[in-house]
Design a protein around this ligand. Structure first.
Ligand SMILES: [Zn+2]
Length: 106
């Protein structure tokens, strides 16, 4: 699956909004602490532009209202949490099936 913000119009708009956020914001939207926008990528405290509502949760890929400044490490923790929630084991097997059926309701 191709992510909507990785292609075409959304990509262009995202880039534009990303630069705007880096220019106009200086506080992490996740932890609320200042972000040093001069830090280089690779530094855990370096700036990233985070989707407030993740795209795969129905968030807009490039709308500035769904984007915020964040530390790389905060963004990483946030997506880890979402990732963990998604991978909770949901084993559907014989054990999960009802053990008995109330035939009286038929
Ligand atoms: Zn932060």
């Amino acid at each position: 699956m191709v992510r909507a913000d990785r292609q075409g119009a959304h990509r262009v708009q995202f880039e534009r909004n990303r630069r705007k956020i880096l220019r106009t914001q200086n506080v992490c939207g996740i932890c609320g602490k200042p972000v040093d926008v001069s830090l280089k990528p690779g530094n855990p405290m370096s700036p990233v532009v985070d989707h407030i509502i993740p795209i795969d949760k129905g968030g807009h890929p490039s709308d500035i209202n769904n984007l915020q400044l964040a530390h790389w490490c905060c963004n990483r923790q946030k997506s880890d949490k979402i990732f963990k929630n998604q991978t909770e084991p949901k084993v559907l097997g014989n054990r999960n099936l009802p053990q008995s059926r109330n035939w009286a309701q038929f």
